[in-house]
Ligand binder design. Structure first.
Ligand code: PLP
Length: 398
């Protein structure tokens, strides 16, 4: 059998993630591999922790990248903070809240569900009722930015309520980090996890996490061993440090060395741009895209106050084959957008403007490609999209 080197095509990634990876990050990945306990690597790890503290707006010492995708960060939060017999209030308004429920149950705990329709934010009043009805609950868990629908929830209010009722907070920030404000210390989030492949524009496979001192205290005083050896933060802290001032690093697992160079570079770029500037860029690109989408006669699914700039869910017009349009964009424009999931399957396109993908040329390409694919569809003004967005992009540049 003859195998050849794999040469991927050059795509523009405007789906729900992974997003376009910046060339500087790709270049960083190819640097020489050194030992995972090499003093220079350990110094880079320390910087990485500081950069993540900057991105999460926290002083939590336990702020590290978990060696695994966002799902590993999610599991790390649940297996460390939830014990058998606990009660956890879980908010579901899309796919990823459903995964939180799975995690709670696999920890031997009871999940009390607070459900909201897809495309809506978590209803804070319903959460307060659940907290009142379940004084035994020890954790409130919610997704800040639901990638399956493009809806943002009111994290600040949810955190305040959780603390009023004596709960710790687990927050999913996989899609929010770097794209919209994420204020770990100001909001009082106790455990947060994110992903490298969304608004940080790094390659997939790493999950930045941060745990508050209160959460670390809860982990240290557990009565049951953490069910996962790999994700047991009591052990991981021995390698990354972070629970306290423990400078000595001991082997736990072989860190994904080159992947961490990539994450470091992506965070250096975020710091160079500045967090607020990054949030503002995501917002500007979203406003231009949304203007183009609406000018074409298409509809955004999420109500304006709760829209995520980095994930735009667009309703598929009646009679249009959702998947066929995506296939055409990929084949003719090398452009990837996402389809709907779960309740939105076949009914929505999900257009990502994440990290390096949130730039004017991508907005133009996407609107031009959609216009081509939807030409002739009743009620769609295919040509109006780019023109309308151009006005906004011009204003943004001025
Ligand atoms: N949570 C949210 C909100 C996500 O969007 C994703 C992935 O898209 C995940 C969790 C899981 O992350 P990963 O696919 O990196 O495991």
């Amino acid at each position: 059998m003859q195998f050849k080197t794999f040469q991927p095509p050059h795509r523009t990634l405007m789906g729900p993630g992974p997003s376009d990876v910046h060339p500087r990050v790709l270049e960083a990945l190819g640097r020489p591999t050194i030992g995972h306990l090499d003093p220079q690597f350990v110094a880079m790890m320390d910087e990485l922790k500081q950069l993540l503290q900057y991105a999460f707006r926290t002083t939590n010492p336990l702020t590290i990248p978990v060696s695994g995708p966002g799902s590993a960060g999610m599991e790390a939060a649940f297996v460390n903070l939830v014990e058998p017999g606990d009660t956890v209030i879980v908010c579901i308004n899309g796919v990823f809240g459903g995964r939180m429920k799975e995690n709670v149950e696999r920890c031997g705990a009871t999940a009390v569900m607070v459900e909201d329709p897809w495309g809506h934010p978590v209803d804070v009043d319903k959460v307060e009722l659940a907290l009142k009805a379940h004084p035994e609950a020890s954790v409130l868990a919610f997704v800040h930015a639901e990638t399956s629908t493009g809806a943002r929830s009111d994290a600040e209010t949810l955190c305040r309520l959780a603390h009023e009722y004596g709960c710790l907070v687990i927050m999913d920030a996989v899609t929010s980090l770097g794209g919209i404000p994420v204020e770990i210390d100001a909001w009082g989030v106790d455990a947060v996890y994110s992903g490298s492949q969304k608004c940080l524009s790094c390659t997939p496979g790493l999950s930045p996490v941060s745990f508050s001192p209160r959460a670390v205290e809860r982990i240290r005083s557990r009565t049951h061993k953490v069910q996962s050896w790999f994700l047991d933060l009591n052990l991981v802290m021995g390698y990354w440090g972070g629970g306290d001032a423990t400078p000595k690093r001991a082997y736990h697992h072989t860190a994904p060395i080159n992947a961490l160079y990539g994450l470091h570079e992506s965070l250096v770029m975020l710091a160079e741009e500045g967090l607020e500037a990054s949030w503002a860029r995501h917002r500007r690109m979203h406003e231009a895209l949304a203007a183009g989408i609406e000018a074409m006669g298409l509809e955004l699914i999420v109500a304006a106050p709760w829209r995520l700039p980095q994930l735009n869910a667009v309703r598929v017009p009646v009679g249009v084959d959702e998947a066929a349009v995506r296939q055409r964009l990929l084949a003719e424009f090398d452009l990837e957008i996402g389809g709907g999931l779960g309740a939105l399957a076949g009914k929505a396109w999900r257009i990502g403007l994440m990290g390096y993908a949130a730039r004017p040329d991508n907005v133009r390409l996407c609107l031009r490609a959609l216009g081509t694919a939807l030409a002739g569809v009743e009620g769609v003004n295919a040509a109006a999209g780019v023109e309308s967005a151009e006005g906004m992009l011009g204003r943004a540049a001025a």
